[in-house]
Design a protein around this ligand. Structure first.
Ligand code: NAD
Ligand code: MG
Length: 388
């Protein structure tokens, strides 16, 4: 029996993870559920999944969580704050962690799971962008197994199941849906709204990653994620826009073979791979009917309309603190866009400005990365205020 902690339980990935867990009562149990601030939604999940522990990050929501659990007559223990979450993730409350908190806020708990040697189903790509070397080293030293559940990296993981395969790997072909604005020119993007940006054509996801998909920053973060997970430089990653979102990524070997993983765009497949690996378990997702889909198209990304992808490649090649700055400035810009304080094209502009203002320095420690993250947030917040 896997004892699972679902971090970001109330979110899109968290909901899909709990759906897969509920299909396997003999094999998977949700023991820890954690969320940011929605205590009522967390109590509802506790009613259904009866975990041992529930953690809310926001301390002002703790009383609602505790009272809600009591009124529901549940034995689930209520906790709050980052330290409580790190402790539970690191101790015997769980052996498997679904890291699905959004943004850099997911780093401390993901690191705690890595140090404690857990199986990590990693959705929180921002933690790898911010501190990829440290996180991979912590996982190695702690004996943790990282199974990427970002669909592209999960596809690559399935195509590269062991270290022998890595030796003959030539390059990675990372697919992108292109987002809701695929095919538009830069001058057609100035007035797009948050509602249009989060209306993803193929995937149903949380608001932050949906905006990242619309700017192609999501693909940029994923290039950096692939670098850390699979040890390839940016020069060995090609991004392909594939509007059908059925081929989740491909790997090319030195012998000319290219392997791909295909499936419907539903994150439960990747999560089931993470829970079951190396076995295969039911996810609730049906197979692909190739005849009904008919065709698979691929095109080059438009870096003029979507400069965030270029900025991410540049940050990866600059190394050091640059990816942390990219990620932090992007989080601030996306949040400001969702609040209608800045326009869509200001997102890449703010990120580019932060990267130029805060040149990369060596990322020698977690403290140095956190400092770069904080500086980039302050810089971007000032830029947002200047836009308003
Ligand atoms: P979401 O907005 O739907 O959910 C985010 C979750 O994180 C919520 O449960 C929220 O309560 C929780 N949270 C936020 N701040 C927190 C904090 N400080 N402490 C504890 N919990 C906190 O987001 P999502 O779409 O589920 O994405 C989650 C992560 O997975 C992101 O890093 C995203 O890039 C990645 N991801 C998502 C998808 C997808 O299909 N949704 C695909 C690939 C990768
Ligand atoms: Mg992805």
């Amino acid at each position: 029996m896997r004892r699972v902690a679902v971090l970001g339980a109330t979110g899109s990935i968290g909901t899909s993870a709990l759906d897969v867990i509920a299909r396997h009562p003999q094999r998977l149990r949700a023991c820890v559920l954690a969320a940011g601030s929605n205590a009522a939604a967390l109590v509802e999940l506790c009613r259904r999944h009866r975990p041992d522990h529930a953690v809310i990050a926001d301390e002002s929501a703790f009383a609602t969580l505790r009272e809600g659990l009591r009124e529901a007559g549940l034995a689930t223990q209520a906790h709050c704050g980052e330290a409580a979450l790190e402790q539970l993730v690191g101790d015997e409350a769980c052996d498997t962690v679904v890291a699905a908190i959004v943004g850099a806020a997911g780093l401390p708990s993901t690191l705690a799971a890595a140090r404690a040697g857990k199986r990590i189903l990693l959705a929180n790509k921002e933690s790898l962008v911010l501190a990829g070397e440290l996180l991979m080293r912590a996982a190695h030293e702690g004996g943790a197994t990282i199974v990427p559940v970002d669909s592209e990296h999960n596809a690559i993981f399935q195509c590269l199941p062991d270290a022998h395969a890595h030796a003959g790997l030539r390059r990675i072909l990372l697919t992108a849906s292109g987002g809701p604005f695929r095919g538009r020119r830069r001058d057609e993007l100035g007035a797009v709204t948050p509602e249009q940006a989060v209306a993803h054509p193929k995937w149903s996801m949380g608001p932050k990653i949906s905006v990242d998909s619309a700017t192609l920053m999501n693909k940029g973060l994923e290039v950096i994620e692939a670098h850390h997970l699979f040890g390839v430089g940016g020069d060995r990653v090609q991004v392909l826009v594939h509007p059908q979102s059925l081929v989740h990524s491909l790997v090319e070997f030195v012998d000319g073979s290219t392997l791909a993983q295909l499936g419907l765009p539903d994150m439960r497949t990747a999560l089931a791979v993470g829970f079951g690996w190396p076995e295969r378990i039911e996810s609730g997702v049906s197979g692909l009917d190739m005849l009904s889909h008919g065709r698979l198209d691929f095109e080059a990304p438009d870096l003029d309309a979507f400069p965030c992808l270029r900025l991410a490649f540049e940050a990866l090649s600059a190394g050091g603190t640059a990816p942390a700055v990219l990620n932090a400035a992007n989080e601030v810009a996306v949040s400001a866009f969702l609040q209608r304080r800045i326009g869509f094209l200001a997102i890449p502009a703010l990120v580019e400005d932060a990267l130029a203002a805060l040149p990369s320095t060596p990322a020698t420690s977690l403290a140095a990365l956190r400092d770069a993250d904080a500086q980039a947030r302050r810089h971007a917040a000032r830029a947002v205020a200047a836009c308003a």
